[in-house]
Design a protein around this ligand. Structure first.
Ligand code: SF4
Length: 302
């Protein structure tokens, strides 16, 4: 049986958790480690289950991303997936995952059965919570078919797909940086275009610039293109807003420094950085009750 080691690496989502609450970060990257093993202790198992829980908006966003990836992959095939079958598939998936989560199947297998925080904690939900989630996902799917990326991949001179939701990494020195590009294609003018999908109602532009800088660093290494031959799009599938961005060499340097400083702060909290070893008591709890109310680990946090 393959044995895994908990090696230190960096990602934007890791940085988000680190900034939100140090204790949450500890639970996610250290306390839950090994919780998949049948012989792990009960606390590790509980933290592992909690780590895999999602809020309703996060869950809807994930299912929409998966459906969008399937639709876009099919654009280069003989029979691209049209909107009605995609809508049907999306709703079916939402329904079956919702029912499984209600029955708490995630307690036995959190990887194959996505769990919702609300179901895990038996939180009261609006009667129409599920239909609201479906309506939001359907609106995002309609947005996908109307979006510029979809039009570019299905036009008369379709662009060449480079990447859809591929989990990948690049190195900054010895630091491994994980990144998952939502979508990238090579345009007919030989320019790389990269898309960051959004599925919520709000924009977070500062965060988006960091995210796009990370995409740019990866794209530069992977496709050997200068950054001024890349175009970046922040596409909100729910609102239909499509915001173009350009990244220059200076912002790449800023992004790289941001990653290195974030990793330095994370490593500084470890009891043994060489072994990536951490102690719970070194990671303080957040002072903000607002963060705790939506936190998946609230049941483990005293
Ligand atoms: S419940 Fe609050 S303090 Fe505890 S891990 Fe979550 S956000 Fe941090």
């Amino acid at each position: 049986m393959k044995t895994y080691t908990n090696d230190f690496s960096w990602s934007k989502s890791r940085d988000d958790q680190f900034k939100a609450c140090r204790r949450m970060y500890y639970f996610h990257y250290y306390g839950s480690w090994g919780g998949w093993a049948p012989d792990c202790d009960t606390r590790t198992r509980s933290l592992y289950i909690m780590k895999n829980l999602a809020s309703i908006p996060m869950w809807v966003g994930k299912v929409v991303h998966e459906e969008a990836a399937q639709v876009l992959r099919s654009t280069g095939q003989k029979s691209p997936i049209s909107q009605e079958p995609a809508r049907h598939h999306l709703l079916q998936k939402l329904r079956s995952q919702w029912e499984d989560s209600k029955r708490k199947k995630f307690l036995y297998n959190p990887k194959d059965f996505p769990g919702l925080q609300a179901h895990y904690y038996d939180e009261p939900l609006d009667e129409d919570a599920f239909s609201q989630a479906c309506a939001h996902a359907e609106a995002c799917l309609r947005g996908l078919y109307l979006s510029r990326p979809y039009q570019r991949l299905t036009g008369t001179e379709p662009a060449k797909l480079l990447s859809i939701e591929n989990l990948d990494f690049f190195l900054i020195g010895n630091l491994k940086v994980w990144v998952q590009l939502d979508l990238a294609w090579l345009d007919t003018h030989r320019e790389v275009e990269i898309v960051d999908w959004k599925t919520g109602k709000e924009r977070r532009s500062d965060e988006t610039r960091i995210q796009l800088g990370i995409y740019a660093l990866r794209a530069q290494q992977r496709w050997k293109r200068p950054v001024d031959e890349m175009y970046f799009w922040e596409c909100n599938l729910f609102t239909g807003e499509e915001v173009p961005h350009r990244i220059n060499v200076d912002s790449l340097i800023v992004t790289q420094s941001y990653i290195q400083e974030s990793a330095r702060q994370m490593l500084a909290m470890l009891v043994d950085p060489e072994k990536n070893a951490a102690r719970e008591e070194d990671f303080p709890r957040s002072e903000e009750g607002r963060t705790c109310s939506g936190c998946a680990f609230k049941g483990a946090c005293q």
